[in-house]
Design a protein. Structure first.
Length: 283
């Protein structure tokens, strides 16, 4: 076993009946299934980002009094589950880290399990990314945003009027309960070397930003932004857009930088936040 772990201080050991590892589109996915000598089956799933940030932790316990699926909080896994001593050599496929945290069953926190363990893998399979949509990974620890799930699309606003325009929207959730929407009035391919200033009143161009402030979400969902999400105001600029290619995708994509202030009812809570982003063209 290259993934050794304990469940409520019980060392889960036995025949490894399922083993899966893959590095794809910035996500390192690990799954191990173990059948113990008493017949109990346990399956642990972890998803990490390349910098060691935890995206998901899921656990399945079968044939026991606590049979069922357990989860770390969706979109906020690091609120109950921690990664330490993370090391990843992408070129050689070697990955190692330790973990400790709580996972929960059902819709509440009344049934929980404590998982601890160590990972030491020497052959992570790397699959080139073909589906890059929006990738964000900040570098300044004063404001972290590590993208986890993204979507994109175009809509026509002001249909039938003199102000009709096509809006290009890139939407992304982070692993820490953040949601951001990058709105452009032209395809990214037409904005190379341009610098665009925005504030929250501009509907055509800018960045919308929310933070999740509700109870733990255990079911995986990327649905509507509801009353549990707090909207903040933003102002700043989008700059440094250029076409590139590299490890994020096998197809060419575009890189840019958002520099913005985040405000709560006109009070600046984060100043000059720098958010590098990587997107595909929607044409």
């Amino acid at each position: 076993m290259s993934i050794l772990f304990s469940d409520n201080n019980h060392a889960v050991r036995g025949k490894v009946s399922y083993d899966y590892t893959m590095d794809n589109c910035g996500n390192i996915n690990l799954i191990t299934g173990v059948k113990e000598s008493d017949g109990n089956y346990s399956e642990l799933k972890l998803t990490l980002l390349h910098n060691g940030a935890l995206a998901k932790a899921q656990y399945f316990k079968q044939n026991s009094s606590n049979n069922g699926h357990y989860f770390a909080p969706h979109l906020q896994a690091e609120k109950s589950f921690q990664i330490s001593d993370f090391k990843y050599d992408k070129s050689g496929g070697h990955l190692s880290f330790s973990f400790k945290g709580k996972v929960y069953k059902g819709s509440g926190q009344d049934d929980e399990r404590i998982l601890t363990g160590n990972v030491d893998l020497t052959a992570i399979e790397y699959v080139p990314c073909k589906g890059l949509i929006l990738d964000v990974m900040t570098e300044n620890p004063s404001f972290n945003f590590f993208s986890m799930y993204s979507s994109a699309g175009t809509t026509t606003s002001g249909l039938g009027t003199a102000n009709q325009y096509i809006q290009y929207a890139y939407n992304v959730h982070s692993n820490a309960g953040q949601y951001m929407s990058l709105r452009l009035d032209s395809d990214i391919s037409e904005l190379v070397n341009k610098e665009m200033v925005f504030d929250d009143s501009n509907e055509k161009l800018g960045v919308k930003y929310w933070e999740y402030q509700g109870p733990f979400m255990l079911a995986e969902s990327y649905g509507y932004i509801d009353h549990n999400w707090k909207r903040f105001q933003t102002r700043g600029k989008i700059t440094g857009i250029h076409r590139t290619f590299g490890e994020r995708s096998v197809e060419p994509y575009y890189q840019g930088l958002i520099i913005m202030d985040i405000l709560n009812e006109s009070r600046v809570v984060k100043e000059d936040v720098e958010i590098p982003f990587y997107v595909k063209s929607l044409k």
